[in-house]
Structures are given as C-alpha cells and as structure tokens.
Design a protein around this ligand. Structure first.
Ligand code: BEZ
Ligand code: FE
Length: 297
C-alpha cells in the first residue's frame, strides 16, 4: 500500500503485522502497533521528543549489565511488572495472590539452613527478627517438603553482593518446610532501600518528584514439584513508604505484621532490643515448578 499521509501509516503497518504466522505473536504485534500509534497521535509526539526517546532506550541498553537490569527497573517503575504479576496470578475466588516481584538480587545455591537457624554469616548489627512462614495450598492445607529460598538486605539497605563488609551469602538461606508447611529463622530486620538513581530510570523519577525507595521486605522463592514456583516478598507494616513503593510491588496480602518487642530477646540477653517477630502465611497454587533465571551469579 502506498502511504500518502499520516492517516495511512497505521493501516499499512497493521497489514504487515497480519502476515505474522504465529497467532500469539500476531495478536501481540497488532495490539502493540494500535496502542503505540495511538499514543504517538494522542500526545502529538514531536521530532525532538522522538529522538530523545530513542536515545534514552539506547542508554538503557548501554547501562544494562550482568548485575544491573535497567529494563526491569523501568518496567517496575512504570507498574508493568506488578500488572503482569497480578493479572497472571490473582485467584478468582479470593481476589488475592501470594506472588510478587523477583527483583534483581536472587542468587541460586543459597546455603541450606536448618529450621529455626540464623541467616547471619558475618556480624550484622541491627534489631533481631524472628520469622515464621507457613506455606499452604489454596485450600489452606500445609505444603510440606517445599524448598524455601530466603534473602533480604541489612538494616543499612544493602544486599551482601552490594557490600564488601558482608560475608558471601549473608542474609540468604534455603529451608525446607516441615510437616505443617512451616519454616522458621532468625535474622536482623531489613530496611527499605533506594534503586540506583544514576540511571535513565533515576532521571525519570527525579523529573516526576518521586523518591527511589522500596519499602523494607523479605524475599522468598518457594519450590515444590506440582506447584507453580512461588516468587514473593513480605513487606514490613511499619515502613513509611508502603504506599509509595517505587516498584508498585506492595499488595495487601503481603504486608507482614512485624510485632515489636521491647528489651532483650530471651535467647539474646546481651542485646538491648527491641526485637521483632513475624508470622506470615503464603499460598501456593498448582502448576509448574520452574526456577527463574538468576539475575545475578
Ligand atoms: C527487589 O525487591 O529486590 C527489587 C524489585 C524490583 C526492582 C528493584 C529491586
Ligand atoms: Fe529486594
């Protein structure tokens, strides 16, 4: 088809998309073109803005390395990651899901820890935290024998791979749920942390007067044959940024009730306190047990 005016372009491109043999790819490309062209028309995108947009995408590619994924940060900062997670996992009856964002800090091969053990592998100052997690199925029945990977950052907001002062795999561990679907561990209470700001995403956040913080959270990845791998986070209910998470990750179901206790914990009489306890239930659904590709080694 010969293009004469702007009005002809979308139809010409859609006609080409319609030749895509794979039906799902055809559906995606057709919708993408209609929305993309609709967006260009709606905002009347100018030529300098278009050149700036392509330069920003180039920069995002250049910033992406084995340990920094600018596109994942951007998808999260635009709410796309949360939307994809929730629309693919929300249970129709309860209108909830325990699934959440993987984030960039999961490592494979975390060391095994016995139920009730500690995640500290090097001295890590902070308020002690005692966590119990129960894994159940959609009917509330315990899921025993599931592998549960746990990882979180320090009270300074740093994962061990970002911080030379921490031992390898500090604040990471792999547990197995007992007959009642439970794991338990002790650690130090994590803090919220900022995503990197010297980035394209950072420029966008600054231009929108947004803070770059994620609220404090504990990550979990639960794996058992016959169940969809559960990738999740439990958020601290006392974090002031719960409602303004830069990644739009916080859901009601995943706000953990961190109970604060004054004074020393009976097992740690040397600590002044306070200390925290947390009990949370996670729900697995039937599906495929597959591991994601680790974002870092
Ligand atoms: C995280 O929870 O570790 C995370 C998730 C998305 C973007 C950045 C960090
Ligand atoms: Fe995190």
């Amino acid at each position: 088809m010969t293009i004469r005016t702007a009005n002809d372009v979308t139809g010409a491109v859609l006609a080409v998309m319609a030749q895509t043999p794979d039906p799902r790819l055809r559906e995606i490309m057709d919708s993408l073109i209609r929305h993309l062209h609709g967006f260009v028309r709606e905002v009347r995108l100018t030529e300098p803005e278009f050149r700036e947009a392509t330069a920003l995408l180039n920069r995002m590619g250049q910033l992406t390395t084995d340990t920094h994924n600018e596109f994942v940060l951007m998808a999260g900062s635009l709410g796309v990651s949360a939307l994809v997670c929730l629309q693919n996992n929300t249970d129709a009856e309860t209108d909830t899901t325990s699934q959440n964002l993987l984030g960039p800090f999961w490592r494979m091969h975390s060391p095994r820890v016995e139920n009730g053990g500690s995640l500290l592998r090097s001295p890590t100052p902070g308020d002690a935290m005692f966590v119990g997690i129960r894994v159940v199925d959609g009917q509330g029945r315990p899921v025993p024998g599931a592998e549960v990977d746990i990882w979180h950052c320090t009270p300074q907001g740093l994962y061990e791979n970002q911080d030379e002062t921490q031992a390898d795999f500090n604040l990471r561990g792999k547990f197995t749920t007992d007959g009642d679907g439970r794991i338990a561990f002790s650690s130090v209470k994590p803090a919220g942390y900022p995503i990197p700001m010297d980035t394209v995403v950072g420029r966008m956040l600054a231009a929108q007067n947004r803070h770059p913080y994620r609220p404090a959270h504990i990550h979990a990845l639960v794996f058992k044959d016959g169940y969809k791998t559960l990738i999740t986070q439990i958020y601290a209910d006392d974090d002031p940024r719960l409602e303004t998470d830069v990644q739009f990750g916080v859901t009601e179901t995943l706000i953990g009730r961190f109970q604060r206790h004054e004074g020393a914990h009976p097992d740690h009489p040397g600590d002044a306190g306070p200390w925290y306890s947390l009990d949370h239930t996670l729900v697995m659904t039937p599906g495929q047990a597959v591991l994601p590709r680790p974002p870092i080694k």
